[in-house]
Every structure is written in structure tokens, then in C-alpha cells.
Design a protein around this ligand. Structure first.
Ligand SMILES: [Zn+2]
Length: 302
């Protein structure tokens, strides 16, 4: 793996009237592509989703918080789930090998692969008893427009979102994005300026291949007093443990575990997000079955 240069840059414009986040998540997107052996179009969709999820998770101030983003579209990729915590992400999808022909303009048909109808859900766990759940219908399956709609509908926060991934020869050349959010009280003149400049981000992955995050900020928002507030490293991280796999097995329930034990064979469970294998013997499965029985009994007692 090449050195991880992924990072998020936070900035503000017009004396804190506008919040800006920029991300370069090229390594993250490349690692996801290689772990899941993705097609080009799946890598493009996943790089975009991870860029946004990473930025949303970095907006959460409570330590230990996380965000789970799910795209349930009607395209051949199927359900896509991405989890982000402090900028670090993991992703999984039903069909990462889904392949579609390029559009006539040479672009990857991301919206066809994700699906133009379906739902986007964003679940934020900030350590409270119940997580914050936001949901909206997909606008186009192009990902950035869908996140923009989510921010407007679920968070009442109008946002400019641009996301892009450059894929060639089975590798991610560049992946990144930007979220621009005018805060309450932002003058109309500034909002007009932001709308004018939104076109600058229509090819953001190409821009990022040429310029650093700082240069892109400076070039795009000249005259709006761009000010860097800080940067943070981000990347692909699963963080799965044997305990998490055990919990997943227990949650399968007694019936399913009985079937596995009856086969009297060792099993290898693969993590959904990083494909790491965890080995279980029949006697270990038997122990987990006992937990599952206890859990089911206590649940049935209410
Ligand atoms: Zn894992």
C-alpha cells in the first residue's frame, strides 16, 4: 500500500458565515476497491460515498461517535453500507463486481449502478440511548445530489456537495469531495457567490489530481476570505475484532448455529467490511450457541 495521504481540510469563508470541508480520500477508495474487488463503476460509487461519510463523521464533535450511511437503490450494486468514525471509513455492498457500459460521454454510469430510485439513510450514533436517524429518497443515484438532498431535508442545512472519483486501469487515481454549508444569517450576496462557484467543482477529482486541498480552497473561493481551520488524517479502517464476529454469530440465532454445528466442520467467517477471516471450531460454535440460547430466552421473557 502506498503511504496514506488521505486527509480532510476544514475551512470557513466570509468570517465564519460559511463552513467548508474538503477531502482527499484516494487511498481509502483504492483500498476499498482492492478489498472488495470492485468494478470501476462500483469503485466510483464507493469512493464518493466514503468521501461524504468521512466528512459527515468528522463533523460529529462527540468522541466515540460514528455514522452509518446506507444507499438502498434499485441498481445492480444493491445495498451499500458505509460506516465512518472520526473520518475513518469502512464500506460493504451487495454486488461490488456489478459492471455497466460507459456512458456515451465516456463517464462511469454511477447513477445506473446505484439506482435512481430508493432511499438514503444516515444514522448518527453520538453515544445517546437512541441514535439520530435521517432518511430521504434518492434524487438521482449520483451520490452528491442525494447527500445534498439529505442535508436539506433531514438536517435543514442547505449544502453544496460535490464528489468525484477518477478510476483507470483497475485503480483509483483520485477520489475526493467538498461540502459547503452557508450558516444561518449568511448574506444573500455570499450565497449567490457560492452558487456561481459551484460549477468549479463539477470535476473535483480532476481538480484534486492537480491541486492540493489548500490550493483548491484558495482558487475556488478567492474574494470570500477563505480561512483554513485545520486538517486531519483519514483512511480506510475496519476495526473488526473476534468479539464482533462472535456477536454476529450469536445474533444468527440458535437454529442457524445448530445447522453449522451439525456439520461438524470448522468454519471461517469473513468480515463484511474488510474480508478478514476468523476461524471457529465446532466446540467454539457450541459455546456461542449457549449464549444465543440464553439471549433468546431472556428476550422472550421480555
Ligand atoms: Zn473487518
Amino acid at each position: 500500500m502506498p503511504e496514506n495521504t488521505d486527509r480532510i481540510l476544514r475551512a470557513e469563508l466570509s468570517g465564519s458565515m460559511v463552513r467548508v470541508m474538503l477531502i482527499d480520500n484516494t487511498n481509502m477508495a483504492a483500498e476499498a476497491m482492492s478489498i472488495h474487488e470492485m468494478s470501476h463503476v462500483a469503485a466510483a460509487a464507493s469512493g464518493r460515498i466514503m468521501a461524504a461519510t468521512s466528512m459527515i463523521s468528522a463533523m460529529l464533535k462527540e468522541s466515540g461517535s460514528s455514522v452509518t450511511v446506507t444507499f438502498s437503490g434499485n441498481g445492480p450494486i444493491g445495498k451499500i453500507q458505509c460506516v465512518g468514525a472520526e473520518g475513518y471509513c469502512r464500506i460493504a455492498m451487495d454486488n461490488p463486481a456489478a459492471e455497466l457500459p460507459l456512458r456515451s460521454n465516456g463517464k462511469l454510469p454511477v447513477s445506473d449502478a446505484v439506482g435512481k430510485t430508493g432511499k438514503l439513510s444516515v444514522v448518527k450514533d453520538i453515544g445517546l440511548k437512541t441514535p439520530y436517524i435521517g432518511q430521504c429518497e434518492l434524487v438521482s443515484g449520483e451520490i452528491a445530489e442525494d447527500f445534498a438532498m439529505y442535508f436539506t431535508v433531514s438536517e435543514q442545512q442547505p449544502s453544496l456537495v460535490a464528489l468525484g472519483v477518477l478510476v483507470a486501469e483497475n485503480c483509483v487515481i483520485k477520489s475526493g469531495g467538498i461540502i459547503v454549508q452557508p450558516l444561518p444569517g449568511c448574506p444573500d450576496g455570499v450565497i449567490e457567490q457560492l452558487e456561481l462557484r459551484s460549477q468549479l467543482f463539477s470535476q473535483i477529482s480532476r481538480e484534486l489530481a492537480e491541486y492540493s486541498l489548500e490550493e483548491l480552497l484558495e482558487n475556488s473561493f478567492r474574494g470570500l476570505e477563505p480561512k483554513v481551520l485545520g486538517t486531519q488524517p483519514v483512511g480506510y479502517r475496519c476495526g473488526c475484532t473476534r468479539e464482533r464476529m462472535e456477536r454476529a454469530l450469536v445474533s444468527l440465532g440458535r437454529k442457524e448455529l445448530d445447522e453449522m454445528i451439525a456439520e461438524r466442520k470448522d468454519i471461517d467467517m469473513a468480515c463484511h467490511f474488510c474480508r478478514r477471516l476468523c476461524h471457529f471450531t465446532p466446540s467454539e460454535l457450541q459455546k456461542l450457541r449457549e449464549y444465543a440460547v440464553k439471549k433468546e430466552d431472556s428476550e422472550s421473557k421480555g
